[in-house]
Design a protein around this ligand. Structure first.
Ligand code: NAD
Length: 493
C-alpha cells in the first residue's frame, strides 16, 4: 500500500521504485496543503537526484522484460489497471478535490475518464499496424516496418488534471513496450500515488513503472539529463518545456505545453450557447486548464448583449468548498496562480478594461485562495491577458471588427493548442479552421474540448508531438525497418 500511516491527520505516502514503496534516500519529506481547507493533508518523500537515478536504474533493468511482453499480456495489464481505478473512483475523487480544489463532481468525472482513456489505448494496441512494402530499387526485397519501444521513458506531469494527464502518458508508455519513471507535480501527488496503487494492484511487475516525487528542479532535471533515459513525455508550462528541450539533447520529446485559447464569437452566432461555452471554458476546474478559453473575442454588433448575458450567468455561480454538492467552482490551486490572476486583472484595468463581475477574493472562506469568477470587459490587445496564460477563473472580453481581425489577434501570441469559433456560417467557420494556427479548432464548441482518440498537441509555443489514442503509442515508439531478401532463401525450393 502507498499509505504508511496517519500522522496528525496527514497521511504519509511513499514513492514507488522497483515494485517497493520507499522513502527518499535522505528521508526528507514535503507537505501537501489543501487549497480548499488549508490543512496539511499528506506528506510525501522529497525525492533527490539519487532517488531519480535509482528509479532510472530499476527501469533500465526492466526494459527487456517490458519489451518482450506480448501484446496480449500488455493489453491485459492495461485493462487490469483501468479496472483497479474504476473500483475506487469516489475515494480517489475526494482526494483529488482536496489536493486540487476542483468540485467533487469534476473530480469524479476526471477519475472516471482515466478508465476509457487507458482502455482506448489498450484497444488501439491490439490493432496497432505498421507498413509493409515491396521493393522499388530492389524488386527481390520486402520491407517490413516494426514498432520498436524507445527503452525508458520519463513522464513528468502538472497539477491541473492530476488523473487525466498521467493517464495519457504513464500506462501508455508501458503499453508501447517501454519501462517508465513517473514524476508527478508536487501540488497534487496524492492522485499520482493512487494511480501507482492501481498499477501495483494490477500486478505490473517490479521496475516496469516507477514513481519519484519531489521538486522539478532536482528530480525532473535529473530524469531529463540522465543518459539512460531515452524519451521524455512532459506536460506543463511552455517555459519548463523550453528548459527541458535545452537539457534533453537527442532524447525523443513529447511536449504538451501552455495554451492561450481564443473563443471567437461572430455576430451571427447563437448567444445562449456561446455564453454557456464561455462559462464552461473559463470556469471549469477554476480555469486551470491548458484549453481554457483564455481570451474571448466578440464581434462589435453583439458585444454588449454577450457581456450582459455572461454577467447574469456568472452571478449565479456558487464559489464554495469543493466537497459541497452545490459548489460550482472551488478555490484557485496555489498562491502563485492567484497572484498571476490578480496581476492580469490589475493590468487590464490599468489599460482601460472594466471588471463587470468578480475581480476579487471571496471573503470568509477557509483559505484566501477562493476567487470570484471574473469577467473583464473592453480588454485592449496590449494587456497581459492577451500575451501570457492566466490559468485562472477569468473571462477577458476583447472586441473585434471582422474575421481577418479576429484571426490576426488569435494567432499573434504564437500559442496554438485549441481555438474555437462560433458562427452560423459554415464557410466562415471553415476559413477560420484553415487559418487558425492551432492543433485543434472547435466549431460551435468551446475551446475546452477533447476526446480519447484525437491527435492531441500544440502548434508553435504549445508543444511538440501528439498524444491520445494510437498517437500516444506512436509517441513512445519508433519505426524499425526490416529488409528481407525474399529471393535468397537458404532453404531448398
Ligand atoms: P510546470 O511546468 O511548472 O510543472 C510541470 C511538471 O514539471 C511538474 O511535475 C514540475 O515539478 C516539473 N518541473 C518543473 N521544472 C522542471 C524542470 N526544470 N525540469 C523538469 N521538470 C520540471 O507546469 P504546471 O504549473 O504544473 O502546469 C500548468 C501548465 O501545464 C500550464 O501552462 C498548462 O497550460 C500546461 N498544460 C498543458 C497541457 C497540454 O495538453 N498541452 C495539459 C495540461 C496542462
Amino acid at each position: 500500500m502507498a499509505r504508511a500511516a496517519k500522522s496528525s491527520g496527514a497521511r504519509a505516502f511513499k514513492m514507488y521504485i522497483d515494485g517497493k514503496w520507499v522513502e527518499s534516500e535522505d528521508r526528507d519529506t514535503f507537505r501537501v496543503v489543501s487549497p480548499a481547507s488549508g490543512d496539511v493533508i499528506a506528506t510525501f518523500p522529497k525525492g533527490t537526484a539519487e532517488d531519480a537515478k535509482a528509479a532510472v536504474e530499476a527501469a533500465v533493468a526492466a526494459q527487456d522484460r517490458v519489451r518482450d511482453m506480448s501484446i496480449r499480456e500488455r493489453a491485459r495489464l492495461g485493462s487490469r489497471i483501468a479496472e483497479e481505478i474504476g473500483r475506487n473512483v469516489k475515494e480517489y475523487a475526494v482526494d483529488c478535490s482536496l489536493e486540487h480544489g476542483k468540485p467533487l463532481r469534476e473530480s469524479i468525472a476526471e477519475v472516471e475518464d482515466s478508465v476509457p482513456n487507458i482502455l482506448w489505448q489498450v484497444e488501439d494496441l491490439k490493432r496497432w499496424d505498421s507498413p509493409a512494402q515491396e521493393g522499388y530499387s530492389k524488386d527481390h526485397v520486402l520491407y517490413v516496418s516494426l514498432h520498436e519501444p524507445l527503452g525508458t521513458v520519463a513522464t513528468i506531469t502538472p497539477w491541473n488534471f492530476p488523473w487525466v494527464l498521467p493517464s495519457e502518458f504513464v500506462v501508455q508508455a508501458m503499453l508501447a513496450g517501454n519501462s517508465v519513471v513517473f514524476k508527478p507535480a508536487s501540488n497534487t501527488p496524492i492522485s499520482a500515488a493512487h494511480l501507482m496503487e492501481s498499477i501495483d494492484r494490477a500486478g505490473v511487475p517490479p521496475g516496469f513503472i516507477n514513481m519519484v516525487t519531489g521538486p522539478g528542479g532536482e528530480v525532473g532535471t535529473t530524469l531529463v539529463e540522465h543518459p539512460l533515459v531515452d524519451a521524455i513525455g512532459f506536460t506543463g508550462e511552455t517555459s519548463t518545456g523550453l528548459d527541458i528541450a535545452k537539457r534533453a539533447g537527442l532524447k525523443k520529446l513529447t511536449l504538451e505545453l501552455g495554451g492561450l485559447g481564443p473563443l471567437i464569437i461572430m455576430d451571427d452566432a447563437k448567444i445562449g450557447p456561446a455564453v454557456e461555452d464561455i462559462a464552461f471554458g473559463c470556469f471549469t476546474t477554476t480555469g486551470h486548464c491548458c484549453v481554457a478559453n483564455e481570451r474571448i473575442f466578440v464581434q462589435e454588433k453583439i458585444h454588449e448583449k454577450v457581456v450582459r448575458s455572461l454577467v447574469d450567468r456568472v452571478r449565479k455561480m456558487k464559489v464554495g468548498f469543493p466537497l459541497d454538492p452545490d459548489t460550482d467552482m472551488g478555490p484557485i490551486n496555489n498562491r502563485a496562480t492567484l497572484e498571476k490572476v490578480e496581476a492580469h486583472v490589475r493590468d487590464a484595468v490599468k489599460r482601460g478594461g472594466k471588471v463587470v463581475a468578480g475581480g476579487k477574493r471571496v471573503p470568509g472562506m477557509p483559505t484566501d485562495l477562493y476567487y470570484y469568477p471574473t469577467v473583464v470587459d473592453d480588454v485592449p490587445t496590449e494587456a497581459l491577458f492577451n500575451k501570457a496564460e492566466t490559468f485562472g477563473p477569468t473571462a477577458p472580453i476583447f472586441e473585434f471588427s471582422d474575421l481577418d481581425d479576429a484571426i490576426e489577434m488569435a494567432n499573434a501570441p504564437r500559442y496554438g493548442l485549441s481555438m474555437a469559433i462560433h458562427t452560423a456560417n459554415l464557410r466562415v467557420a471553415m476559413e477560420a479552421a484553415k487559418r487558425l494556427k492551432s492543433g485543434q479548432v472547435c466549431i460551435n464548441e468551446p475551446v475546452y474540448s477533447w476526446d480519447y482518440f484525437n491527435p492531441w498537441g500544440g502548434f508553435r509555443n504549445s508543444g511538440l508531438g501528439r498524444i491520445a489514442g494510437r498517437w500516444s503509442l506512436d509517441a513512445f515508439s519508433e519505426l524499425k525497418t526490416v529488409m528481407i531478401n525474399i529471393g535468397r532463401s537458404p532453404w531448398p525450393d
